[in-house]
Structure formats: C-alpha cells, structure tokens
Design a protein around this ligand. Structure first.
Ligand SMILES: O=C(CO)COP(=O)(O)O
Length: 222
C-alpha cells in the first residue's frame, strides 16, 4: 500500500523575499504533523534555501536542468539545488515543458543527487512515456484544468485512471499523482479512489485567504 503524498507547487504566486513561502510551508508542516500525511512544497528556486532552512518539510524544486558543473548560464544545477535544501524536483510541469530527451536527462541529473523525481504529464500517452523513463512519480495534470478550480477528478477522471493503468503496465514501481483544480477534501478522496497516490496542487491553497485552513480541509476526509 502506497502512502499518500501531497505536493504544493507555489509557482510564482508569492512575491517578496521568501517570507510568504515560509509561511505557507509552515502551514503545510502543521497540517502534515496533525494528519500524518506527507506534504511537500515546491517554492521558487530563490526561496528553496530559506524555506528548507526554516521549515522541517520536504522541499522540491519546480524544475531541474540536465547540466553538470561548468559553463551553463541560467540553468538549475542539481547539486546546488540539493545543497540549497531540496530533496526532490518536479520535471516537465505544463508551465515549464521539456523535450523528451531533456526529461530523461533531468531525471538522471536528479537521481544523480538522490532526488525524488516527479515528472508532470498532460494526458495518458505522455504518462506512459514518462513512466518508461523511470521517475519515482508521474503527476498527470490536464493543462486546461490547471488553475481552473475544476478538479481533474471530477472533470476528467479517465485521464487519472488511464494514467494509473498505463503507468502500471510500463513500470509498476512508478506511482501516480494527479493535479489541476484540486483544492477540497473530497477532491483528494476522489483522486485516491481513482488510483493515484496523492495530488500535486497550487492555486486552491496558495491563493486561499487562509492556506492553513484550506490544507486542513484538503486532508479532512481521509
Ligand atoms: O499546476 C498545478 C500544480 O503543479 C495545479 O495547479 P492548480 O492546483 O492551481 O490547478
């Protein structure tokens, strides 16, 4: 039985010097501690160090580049992201898409530093393709539902069940998350009932008037 995972992607919703990201991460930690459910947070690169050094919570980068040390201006180098305090990374988010070759190379770079890898996909076919590259998780998020407030579990349950089936067929060790429009307790329950092991989410929590209360609601039904 896989354990439930929630990853909160902060995207570029929060301005300032990281205080907002730390505050949301603290709310995640409180809810994780109270509920026993693993919650991770993916802040902007510039906030990783601050969040990871102030909050005892798994921190992910929002992407990672397939580069080593050297002349790679403007890239996110896995070792430095790790040294900043991250334990894993999103790869190929819909808002930060990569070529197939670079998804593969980013997974290798991430694994090279012991990172947990979450490859985002947009449909069943790309979920299957991502599974063939051997990440820890595939997170299926239909782009048209991202930020819509309409949960994928309701609007497109087949993309979740189809991804779960396809991924299992390709590599049973890869686990599936789903995301897009997830914000409420019933959305998380539905996501789990569709066979995913958790959710990747953003606006429903980050933009809520009280992110802590929104997180409490998210975990309230399991
Ligand atoms: O893109 C997402 C998480 O990575 C989903 O975003 P929303 O939760 O805002 O729909």
């Amino acid at each position: 039985m896989s354990s439930t995972l929630i990853v909160l992607n902060l995207k570029t919703y929060l301005e300032g010097t990281g205080e907002g990201a730390v505050k949301v991460a603290q709310a995640c930690k409180e809810v994780a501690d109270d509920s026993g459910i693993e919650i991770g947070v993916a802040p902007q690169f510039c906030d990783i160090y601050r969040v990871a050094s102030q909050v005892d919570l798994p921190v992910y980068s929002q992407s990672l580049d397939p580069v080593g040390a050297g002349s790679f201006t403007g890239h996110a180098f896995a070792q430095c992201v790790k040294d900043s305090g991250a334990i894993g990374t999103l790869i190929n988010h819909s808002e930060c898409r990569l070529t197939l070759a670079n998804i593969d190379a980013s997974i290798s770079a991430a694994k090279g530093v012991g990172f947990r890898t979450i490859v985002c996909t947009n449909n069943v076919a790309t979920s299957a393709a991502a599974a063939a590259l051997g990440p820890d998780y595939v997170a299926v998020e239909p782009p048209e539902l991202i930020g819509s407030g309409i949960p994928v579990s309701q609007a497109d349950p087949e993309v979740v069940t189809g991804s779960v089936e396809a991924v299992k067929r390709i590599d049973p060790a890869v686990q599936v998350l789903c995301g897009a429009g997830i914000s409420k307790g019933e959305d998380l329950v539905a996501a789990l009932e569709l066979g995913s092991v958790g959710v990747l989410l953003a606006s429903g929590i980050v933009k809520a008037a009280d992110p802590g209360a929104a997180l409490e609601d998210l975990v309230s039904k399991i």
